[in-house]
Design a protein. Sequence first.
Length: 268
Amino acid sequence: MTRFQTRSRRQALAELIGLTGLLVTGGLLAGQGSQTLARSMSGARDASSPSPASRPPTGSPISPPRGEGMTALDRNLITAAGIGDLDLVMRLLNAGASTRAADERGRSALLAALYNRRDDVARALILAGADVNQKDMESNSAFLLAAATNQLDALRLALSHGADVRSTDRYDGTALIAASQHGNVEGVKLLLKAGVPVDRVNQLGWTALLEAVILGDGSARYEEIVQLLLDAGADANLADREGITPSRHARERGYKTMVKMLMRARGH
């Protein structure tokens, strides 16, 4: 996982929406601009934005507003979520901004928060009813992204707020496959407990077990993941498209402990 670099608010905004001057006041969310907009939102509701009661519920078949179809309130919510301005996020929600709205890349406020590791904002949005299964144009949902990036608080909340444990990313891989690839031990534990299928095969022909062996570094955390997957019933002999089993991959990489684990599970 690439560590996010520290950026100025202006740079963060440019990256999130690629435009400037998108706020109601025409200014950027920086310094006094944020405070001015927040104050204006506390006293009035945008006439073009639906009230919280009239917004479609989570899981509604109605397509969320996207790109040019968004109101200023909705676009501001995505921007505020991405830069981690929790106070402004709450003011915008109270003013009627929709958690379902998505920008030109299909990113909702919740996804914007998670892409930028804004944990407190992500929590607030999920508790406010944001859809943890809504996907962007890269087929990432809040649930899948939290699992892949080891954002455990968001992952726990997603699981307790209707996460589709069988959902898949653009590689047709589950949250468990992504967590195993990235060595996210605690995430793997949560996902196995939640019932994510353990032997799902993605577009590369790999299971979570194969990804932990092939894409891991053989360290203790990947060893633990291999054991967790085996304990959960992962097939130790489910080979890749070339017919190479997890045991053989482990032997070729010199992962002796993994080889022993797989042999105990009758891997060959």
